[in-house]
Design a protein around this ligand. Structure first.
Ligand code: SF4
Length: 452
């Protein structure tokens, strides 16, 4: 059940509350501060990698990019369903394989609508120059997917991939973008999780968000379902093991509790501290301040201004927050002393996608992560399970000159002979020798066609 569109913010929030059902708990952000967690817009189905756990379809590489007018329409639809400030993932495939001028136009358009944009990329073609151009037209975040499922040539484990992660951090640093890393957790890299968490903590001055996505059997990926060891509980335990302390998970809820766990933390002197320890206090806070719908899109100054005004109108909250803050500062005192007061924000996210053949309706109903399709928003896990129904659908659109046109996802040649008119890998940008090295041997055989 997708959220029904509403004309006002209150209607959109009410619609979200309705579909959340029993998951609209007192500490649930959806339906209070957020109408949705995020919405993906897939601007291409093509990719320059072929991950062993890829969610794309076997036909993806042959699918033509949807017209830019259709992308704009989907962005309009996100605004209509979920309102300004909604987090939008500009994704694919790899969105950097879209024509550069069109990618820039798409981000600019989303920004003008007041949406919060994030580029989701494997980073290979996300050069400093491209990121700079995108930041100029309003890109807010960049999320790099780097892990061993990509089988990048010469990088045998997660530890060796840190060289690529460091290069990507350098490319994005100083552009005003929030830097995110996505890691797929699977049997072979599970033992490396503590090392990875340590890496993100070490780089908390630049990296603000570390998302761990558990192996799921969906899409063209060849590794299939996860082993028992891969579980939200074991992944959270691995994070805690690295930082040598238990974290108060589930104090902040966003979406269904079986799907995501969100842990905002502060890092000082490489030590990690939870932000929200008291679920009751947090629940009271988001209830009393839910009228503030200011988002990151409005800027930090506006957020501070709006909350300051609201606090002055509720003086008891000044006392409550001062008490919670001083207790946290006391807990952090030694690290704060050593870091000379420097503190960084680092959020951990554990994402538990469903297998395509084991979808659970209540999780789909309370989903916080949608894909915008030609027919409206669809839960990400459901979309991945029925991907071909969406990506192989012909569309009618009006081009820039007002001409009504037809979009056919597959060329006749592919339909008749299963031949994929794939671009040569040399057509994609390889901004440095390191990235060139990162292209896999699998790129060259991309993609053995299967029957339509
Ligand atoms: S980076 Fe990997 S998972 Fe993402 S679209 Fe490309 S092949 Fe699929």
């Amino acid at each position: 059940m997708a959220c029904s569109p509403g004309n006002t913010r209150n209607q959109q929030l009410a619609s979200t509350r309705e579909r959340m059902g029993e998951h609209f708990t007192p500490n649930q952000l959806l339906g209070r501060t957020h109408t949705i967690g995020c919405v993906a817009v897939e601007i291409t189905q093509k990719c320059n990698l072929d991950c062993t756990l890829c969610y794309l379809s076997e036909h993806s590489q042959a699918v033509r990019d949807i017209p830019i007018q259709e992308v704009f329409k989907r962005l309009d639809s996100i605004l209509h369903h979920y309102g300004p400030g909604t987090s939008v993932q500009i994704t694919g495939g790899d969105p950097t394989l879209r024509k550069r001028s069109e990618l820039i136009e798409i981000v600019e358009y989303a920004n003008k609508l007041g949406l919060h944009t994030a580029l989701f990329t494997n980073g290979i073609a996300a050069s400093r120059d491209l990121l700079t151009a995108l930041a100029k037209v309003g890109l807010n975040d960049v999320a790099f997917h780097v892990d061993t499922t990509q089988e990048r040539k010469g990088f045998v484990d997660e530890a060796s991939l840190n060289a690529i992660r460091e290069e990507y951090i350098e490319r994005a640093k100083g552009l005003g973008l929030m830097i995110i890393f996505n890691t797929t957790v699977h049997t072979d890299n599970f033992k490396e999780l503590p090392m990875l968490v340590g890496f993100f903590v070490q780089h908390a001055d630049a990296v603000s968000f570390a998302s761990f996505q558990l192996q799921a059997e969906t899409g063209r990926g060849e590794w299939g379902a996860r082993a028992d060891i891969i579980d939200p509980i074991t992944v959270k335990a691995a994070i805690e093991k690295t930082i040598s302390k238990a974290l108060p998970w589930e104090k902040v809820r966003i979406g269904h509790s079986d799907c995501h766990s969100y842990m905002p933390t502060l890092v000082a002197d490489k030590q990690v501290y939870s932000v929200v320890d008291d679920a009751q206090l947090f629940a009271q806070f988001i209830e009393e301040f839910k009228h503030i719908q200011t988002t990151r899109q409005h800027g930090t100054a506006q957020i501070i201004w709006d909350y300051s005004k609201a606090l002055l109108a509720r003086p008891k909250w000044i006392w409550k927050l001062a008490k919670a803050t001083s207790s946290k500062l006391f807990e952090m005192r030694s690290s704060l002393f050593k870091s000379k007061g420097r503190v960084h924000k680092l959020s951990f996210f554990v994402q538990n996608f469903m297998d395509a053949n084991a979808l659970q309706q209540d999780r789909i109903d309370a989903c916080s992560f949608m894909v915008m399709t030609a027919d409206g928003p669809v839960s990400m896990c459901k979309h991945n399970a029925e991907r071909d129904e969406h990506i192989l659908k012909p569309l009618t659109y009006t081009d820039r000159h007002g001409q009504v046109k037809q979009y056919q996802p597959l060329g006749e040649r592919y339909k008749q002979n299963n031949i994929i008119p794939i671009r040569q890998i040399s057509d994609t940008t390889t901004p440095s020798s390191l990235s060139a090295k990162a292209l896999t041997a699998r790129d060259k055989r991309h993609h053995p066609a299967k029957s339509v």
